[in-house]
Write a protein that binds this ligand. Structure first.
Ligand code: UD1
Ligand code: CA
Length: 457
């Protein structure tokens, strides 16, 4: 049967105290609404309809490139039933599944259960048992245990408020029935709102079966109203991801101190120390080890790569057997060959390094094409920027760049060239020769006196 996923996302989220609309607040670096849309897609929904309102321009702009989403404006928030009604014109036939832009952790598996429970032409509600159900709509059952209606906290009698089974809000219902029921909702209730929950009693009156599915994991249907709840769900989500990685054989020294804001594909024996953040899409080979406090975004690491503490790598490729850090910084578009060594306080930007190249200490290599087995000594700087334009430094295979040299680009160091320490290289350096360029030869001044502090009298 065709599936219409309707996502309610019109609420303001005042308690976020933020300019960013609530459903754009991130979990693992992606808007909550993006998580819910992804879940809808995993269910192979035929239609994805987002009911939006508050911060509408921002919300739509955030998903501007997303062709598969229909948008239904709810200009005034008159209740959840009214919100779903706004989505009807954008829906087709079959089943409707109501999701929420601020409930990002609901799983496809649970929703599949809900759809199965609704079956052909029936309804299903996802419920939960809470020790403290205050604030939620309560599931009212008849003596035989059948669901007969949902009553909101503010409309409930004292007896109904004792019910601990609550409505999570997730509902599956036949489209044709919703098209009949929603226009007939009344707002004569404590909040003056058109309640989606009132369709339960309508279903019962029409002889439509209403199944209750109990949420197995209390976090799944949880909603976010403020930053505290956002932070709470972030940790739950991160723990879920960590558990998946652990199950796949990854060593996480402390799963509570690991954050994945995106994806990671990995080989066997990936080992990740504490406080590592992986962002974007990452691809790691076998036997990769990442030390503490590293930040990697959109990175490819070959087999056996070792990243030492406090290293930052973005949008780059690191060949097998290479080691980087501690305190290395690899900026975008860097491509390192195999067995490359990048040591502490080395910054790379748009740098290519051939197999076996080394830059062990304190260097800046930007817009550089560096050959195989090149040794870049401490303090070497490629002067790639003249204040207006960027230029390339090219270094051939087996060249040696002495400490504290500046290579003023555009410049080429030929293969096997040897640049003496402290040289400022402005012209190409030839192969197999020593190139040296220092201000003047070293001299020693005899009889020179060290400065002293003036004497206090
Ligand atoms: C709703 C349910 C309640 C349930 C609870 C679970 C109704 C009437 N009540 O109550 O039974 O226990 O959720 O959290 O459905 N929204 C719109 N447009 C509107 C109103 C709401 O888009 O006009 C969206 C909100 O942004 C939010 C969601 O719908 O994401 C729920 O709305 P909210 O007002 O929080 O409903 P509750 O009163 O919590
Ligand atoms: Ca709510």
């Amino acid at each position: 049967m065709p599936l219409n996923v309707i996502i309610l996302a019109a609420g303001q989220g005042k308690r976020m105290n933020s300019i960013l609309p609530k459903v754009l607040q991130p979990i693992a670096g992606r808007p909550m609404l993006a998580h819910v849309l992804a879940t809808g897609r995993q269910l192979s929904a035929d239609r994805l309809v987002v009911v939006y309102g508050h911060g509408g321009d921002q919300v739509r702009a955030a998903f501007a490139g997303d062709e598969g989403v229909s948008w239904a404006l709810q200009a005034e928030q008159l209740g959840t039933g009214h919100a779903v009604a706004q989505a009807l014109p954008a829906c087709g036939e079959g089943m409707a599944l109501i999701l929420y832009g601020d409930c990002p952790l609901i799983s496809p598996a649970t929703l599949q259960k809900l759809l199965s429970a609704a079956g052909d032409g029936g309804m299903a509600v996802l419920t939960a048992h809470l020790d403290n159900p205050t604030g939620y709509g309560r599931i009212v059952r008849d003596p035989a245990g059948r669901i007969v209606r949902i009553v909101e906290q503010k409309d409930a009698s004292d007896a109904e408020r004792q019910i601990q089974e609550i409505n999570t809000g997730f509902i599956a219902a036949p489209m044709a029935r919703l098209r009949d029921w929603l226009p007939r909702l009344k707002n004569a209730n404590a909040q003056g709102e058109y309640y989606l929950t009132d369709v339960i009693a309508m279903a019962v009156a029409d002889g439509v079966s209403v199944a209750g599915v109990l949420a197995a994991d209390p976090w799944e249907p949880a909603g976010v109203n403020d930053k505290r709840q956002l932070a709470e769900l972030e940790r739950v989500y991160q723990r879920q991801q960590a558990d998946r990685l652990l199950a796949a054989g990854v060593t996480l020294i402390d799963p509570a101190r690991f954050d994945l804001r995106g994806t990671v594909q990995h080989g066997q024996d990936l080992e990740i120390d504490v406080n590592v953040i992986l962002e974007g899409d990452n691809h790691f080979g076998h036997g990769v080890r990442i030390g503490p406090n590293c930040y990697l975004r959109n990175v490819r690491l070959g087999d056996g790569v070792v990243i030492k503490a406090n290293t930052v790598i973005e949008d780059s490729v690191i060949g097998a057997g290479s080691d980087l850090g501690p305190f290395a910084r690899v900026r975008p578009d860097s491509v390192l060959g195999e067995r490359v060594h990048i040591g502490n306080f080395v910054e790379l930007k748009k740098a290519r390094l051939g197999n076996g190249a080394k830059a062990g200490h304190l260097a800046y290599l930007g817009d550089a094409v560096i050959g195989e087995r090149v040794n870049v000594s401490a303090g070497v700087i490629t002067c790639n920027y003249d204040g207006a334009n960027k230029f390339v430094t090219t270094i051939g295979d087996d060249a040696f760049i002495g400490s504290d040299s500046q290579l003023v680009a555009p410049v080429t160091i030929a293969p096997r060239a040897y640049v003496a320490a402290g040289s400022t290289i402005t012209k190409d350096a030839p192969a197999d020769a020593l190139t040296i360029c220092r201000a003047r030869d070293q001299r020693s001044v005899t009889g020179w006196k060290r400065p002293t502090k003036p004497k206090a009298d």
